[in-house]
Design a protein around this ligand. Sequence first.
Ligand code: OKP
Ligand code: ZN
Length: 342
Amino acid sequence: MLTIYSDKHHLHHGTELKDGKLKPCFEMPGRADTILARVQKEALGEIIAPNAYPVSVYTRVHSERYVRFLESAWSQWQAMGRQHDALPLTWPVRDMRTDIEPIHIDGKLGFYAMDAGVPITAGTWEAVKSSADLALTGADKIAGGLPAAFALCRPPGHHAASEYMGGYCYLNNAAIAAQSLVDQGAKKVVVLDVDYHHGNGTQTIFYDRPDVMFVSLHGDPLHSYPYYLGHKDEAGKGEGLGFNHNYPLPHGTDWAHYQIALADALQKIQAYNPDAVVISLGVDTFEHDPISQFKLKNSDYLSLGQQIASLKKPTLFVMEGGYMVDDIGINAVNVLKGFENA
Ligand code: OKP
Ligand code: ZN
């Protein structure tokens, strides 16, 4: 399988507010380095660099002012004499106004964020842009007739919505890629999200659309981040009603239980009969993941890839989460090998 990768992810390495303390993000450069090393070790296939895309491709799913904010936040922060990572600390929750964008950078940070897990550093924008470009390059390959590709994205994207960042995500790489496939002629695209965390950003972006179906298996939001979206009754709205499928699963879910939900999800996808599938590939469903609560084992990821292959559709894998760095390469590449050897 073709892998698309860039070293530019190293430019982003921030801190998050976790358990009441500022700590290095679990979402760290070693993650992508470990996956790349495994891709090479397993001789998965050719590794290419991404093309560069104009911001107008990102604004197909994000608002213009949000992308401009991401681009300029660090310089605004720095202009105030601040040197540490920019993090939001105030949010417009219920009853407050979201129709006026604040001018002060602290107001802007909360306005465009859902949590304090999205540090902006000097190199963040360049890494974020490169990550989206990896997914777009993969989408171009799929649109050009390649049956499968792997965009080794970092930072991840599925929590980012049209106008906000969250949970280590800034631009929604999978959504940008899915939209690109539509823009290149696909009539129907599915985003299947197998990250442990619900892809609230992707769901929200496509919620009222029938041409991009969102399907997600994840930790029940009653107990797991992102807490405020990902319930079973979220089915889409307007023309998009019936084109959103959530499978919230309990703590401790292992492959035996996971595969039951997966089979149902795959059946829905097959019935929809998409022209292409984008996989939001998180491997934080792993039994030893430090921030998640499922119990998948190394070999289960081979089965996961095999099951995804049964769809027999052009498939773009877009890397999302996975925080047990020692095993992230094995697990991610197992999905791709399982897919190829199916
Ligand atoms: C990202 B992905 C606030 C953030 C809390 C969020 C986990 C994000 C996971 N500090 N942690 O879905 O793997
Ligand atoms: Zn995750």
